[in-house]
Write a protein of this length. Structure first.
Length: 416
């Protein structure tokens, strides 16, 4: 019955997309795809009837059915907001004047950051972080790994500012190619895939309808490349298996904390709900370096510590995330409806105002807009804050550079 309700909710989401002419390659489509991934795979594993001695809740049909019902409600809320308020808006071209030399100079000036990012990723990238973090028992490493992460974030901002200042042209594609190189060296897709999807969203609004298939082919190639990057780390010798494992692990273990949160609601007399405070406090806590004990201040970690005694495995055993878990820790079973409705409202507002608030939109979309469903809100908001701060700094520096010659010419005119 629960899987039937979920299937009906997915059909409703699809119907809304067709009614409002929302393309599959959009924030709306990305949300729907992750909803299917995080709910169908655990249900499928449960339906096989295999007792899992390591991750017991994958065999708990009662908990999985509750998740399916909550996800179905979430889908209905998401679809209804878009049905009532969604509007298709094309991102216009930049309004600021520019020249070919401006674009070339920008690419040359940012090239050293590309080289620095590659060097750092080779020594302290995600492929190294994964194994080092495993060796330390999951404790934060900090140090150069943090420096490398911020180098990657800054280089993402370089690309986003180019889109803001110059638009999607050959220079943007050169920068995107540089990000592909960073992804391969780094071993992670977290910075590349969101900006690739943003690029394709923009491109989809610029081309003729008969050329949309090419954009979807690019999307498939980009997603395959990002999965392949993670597969390179596994190196089991079976290429197909290495490609499938990241997807199945994401789908089954990415939502495991959600199953654990549901289990806690079902078995604890007074679960330690945050009443929404986690969406205010956790973003601030995530700004604290991991080496300074950030986990002591987050509601998410407090929830895990409180419910660990009743769980068979430690909370969130493989570090995945699915937004329903955080919404449940905040508002219990009302959480999915409250949080999804709020997120959908923000998503619609940004889509409708992307040209009025172009910089804000470009910082929002590859962070909160795309990653909200699969990244802890505190971390996701931190990524958004880093991008908007970097973009504002780039714009400030550009304005200073523009004003200096004007002031110099005015000074000469006064002297003459």
């Amino acid at each position: 019955m629960a899987i039937f309700l979920f299937a009906v909710s997915v059909l409703f989401v699809v119907w809304v997309a067709r009614r409002k002419k929302i393309p599959a390659l959009s924030p709306y489509g990305i949300f729907a795809a992750f909803q299917i991934l995080y709910n169908v795979l655990p249900w499928f594993v449960s339906s096989l009837g295999i007792n899992n001695p390591i991750y017991s809740l994958l065999s708990d049909s009662h908990v999985i059915n509750i998740q399916l019902q909550l996800a179905a409600i979430s889908n209905l809320c998401f679809g209804l907001i878009h049905l009532c308020f969604s509007r298709n808006v094309r991102l216009g071209d930049p309004t600021l004047p520019s020249s070919k030399s401006n674009r070339t100079n920008y690419l040359l000036l940012t090239f050293p950051l590309f080289i620095l990012t590659c060097v750092l990723c080779e020594k302290y990238g995600w492929h190294q972080y994964t194994f080092a973090n495993y060796d330390t028992g999951g404790e934060g490493l900090g140090g150069m790994f943090t420096v490398t992460a911020y180098a990657k974030f800054s280089f993402v901002a370089v690309y986003l500012y180019y889109l803001y200042r110059f638009g999607l042209d050959k220079g943007a594609w050169i920068l995107l190619l540089e990000h592909v190189i960073v992804m391969v060296i780094d071993g992670a897709r977290a910075t590349f895939l969101p900006i690739l999807l943003l690029t394709l969203f923009i491109l989809l609004g610029k081309i003729d309808a008969n050329k949309t298939k090419r954009i979807y082919v690019l999307a498939i190639l980009g997603i395959t490349a990002s999965i392949g990057t993670r597969a390179l780390i596994l190196k089991s010798g079976d290429w197909l298996q290495d490609m499938i494992i990241p997807v199945t692990v994401e789908g089954t273990m990415g939502d495991y904390a959600t199953l654990q949160s549901i289990y806690a609601v079902e078995h604890l007399f007074r679960p330690p709900y945050s009443a929404g405070a986690s969406y205010v406090i956790d973003p601030l806590a995530w700004l604290i370096p991991q080496s300074m004990g950030r986990k002591r201040f987050t509601f998410a970690d407090r929830w895990g510590n409180e419910i660990d005694p009743i769980l068979r495995e430690r909370f969130n055993p493989m570090g995945g995330f699915y937004f329903l878990s955080e919404s449940i820790t905040a508002f219990s079973y009302l959480g999915p409806a409250i949080v999804t409705t709020t997120f959908a409202g923000f998503l619609v507002w940004f889509e409708r105002n992307k040209n009025r608030h172009r910089m804000l939109y470009l910082a929002w979309m590859p962070t909160l807009g795309i990653q909200f469903i699969k990244t802890p809100f505190g971390n996701c908001f931190k990524l958004f804050a880093v991008q908007i701060i970097c973009l504002a700094a780039f714009r400030f520096l550009a304005e200073i550079k523009t004003q200096l010659p004007n002031r110099a010419s005015q000074k000469l005119a006064l002297q003459s």
